[in-house]
Design a protein around this ligand. Sequence first.
Ligand code: GLC
Ligand code: MG
Length: 601
Amino acid sequence: MRLITALLLYAAAAWAGPLDVRVESGPRDVRVESGARSAADWWQTALVYQIYPRSFKDSDGDGIGDLNGITEKLPYLKDTGVDAIWMSPIFLSPMYDFGYDITDYRQIAPEYGTMDDFDNLLATAKEIGIRIILDFVPNHTGNESEWFIKSKNREPGYENYYVWADGIPSPDKAGVMLPPSNWISIFRKSAWEWCEERQQFYLHQFVVGQPDLNYRDPRVQQEMKDVLSYWLDKGVSGFRVDAINMMYEVDPKDFDGKYPDEPLSGDPNANPEDYEYLSHPYTRDLLETYDVVYDWRDLLNEHTQKDGEYKILMTEAYTDIELMIRYYGHGNRNGSIPFNFSFLGDINNHSNARDIKMIIDRFMTYIPIGKTANWVNGNHDQSRLASRHGTNRVDAMNMLALLLPGVTITYQGEEIGMTDGYVSWEDTKDPQACNTDDPINYYKKSRDPNRTPYHWDDSNQAGFSTANQTWLPVADNYKTVNLASQMKASKSHYKFYKDVVAVKKSDAVRFGDLDTRAFSENILVVTRLAHLNPGIVGIVNLSDEDQVVDLSSIKMLPGHLLYVAASGVDCSLDKWQIVLKNQVTVSGHCAIVLRTLLFNC
Ligand code: GLC
Ligand code: MG
């Protein structure tokens, strides 16, 4: 009898599936109601997939990924359950910093394709229901930008587009100018570069070829709004905003007309040419920044109204949590979704279940009520998940990012657990590594290993390109770690990822209450419960041994029968099994997702 009841309940739950939810389009932030079923817009629970175009798929055999390559792979992304793709910059650029040094915000880099290719990508994506998010780089342009050339020649109107300052005559060498302050570039050495034409220094917080724009000039503010409008008019669904907290520097007017030196950080590991040698009160996290972001939000809201589709704005700032959450909005102003980098910065392969719970809870504690959370496991600037945490933890971390409330951001390759590739000093391209001038220790700074081409299959160049040589070498392990083989395998990182993406679209994950518990230092349990919907429980076992987990203490879980919606690579449990609530066996290094049989009420 019991068995029959269980089977009936099982069938009911399996049949129920995620229900359709009305998508509300409008600029208002819609609160994720706790416990209650409510309308939410696409962006509030989106899976955003980050594409690094140079390394995703090369369609024309030049060894460099391109827009047509992305278009070709859209069906794969759709099938995985991706809602939107964010592409790292695709614009005309000399590629000193691989597109983060933009010559013209309205032109496509020829190595990535043409504007027709872009239009085709956008139209194809729209057709199959994937939204396009562009990378917006407001802090700096490339030094080949027309604006920079005009500014360096002091063309009327353009004089103050960039941060210019007089040099200080050297006391030792006649005719030699020293930089106006001790400021250091994030990529090492002075952040000031002498410009012969203008006989002044310009500021570059990143490489020499990335001059910083001056947001104290209202014309610059308008130019950048026009750039946003240009792409919104084309039909993109929003932007990821680059290095936002570097946007302003102090106003020399407040410092006797000079740029003040920044204080020493006291970091014993930094040498005088390293960015870390100084602390940066005058060049980052300035309060003026927030109003610019809120103004962009207003502009995006106008387009949201016009298009009937919410335009998303996500900002990148590695900063303190208080400064970070302020990007969400302040007073009566709305802002962006600031990337939550806590999974990248605060969790490592030694973190135990309690540490991870606290990192999750901390973010959920700080996030303002009604705003959209987000979880980032990787990006083109950070060592890949599998290398940072070890392959053992890939499923666990992907699962957490997908089951927690709000937006999930997945960097290409994390869904198959790609590791960092080896890139020799000779092959190194990243300016951050090249600027170390250190053929031995360059790798500590290099972002190339996490930018190596995507592993599509086990053919030559991992199916990324037909070229003999790709812009960065393909990582050695592509024969064993690749999408094609993971699609074929009965269990794989990819299969698990895809299953959990499907769970992410359930009402419990979209709208449900969140409960996080560390049952021990090895067992982390994340529960999502929504009124009248099957509940979702994610369990991570961080230890090497099998563990039997008793979920009885989660009183809100109805009944005691659950079934498995997804089980990770290392898991002895299979999908579609019924397990007892007080006796869930989770294999060592395994992540599983359970779904309740009864509707939670
Ligand atoms: C951001 C980008 C990084 C780039 C830098 C300068 O941090 O993610 O790749 O080098 O900004 O634009
Ligand atoms: Mg190509």
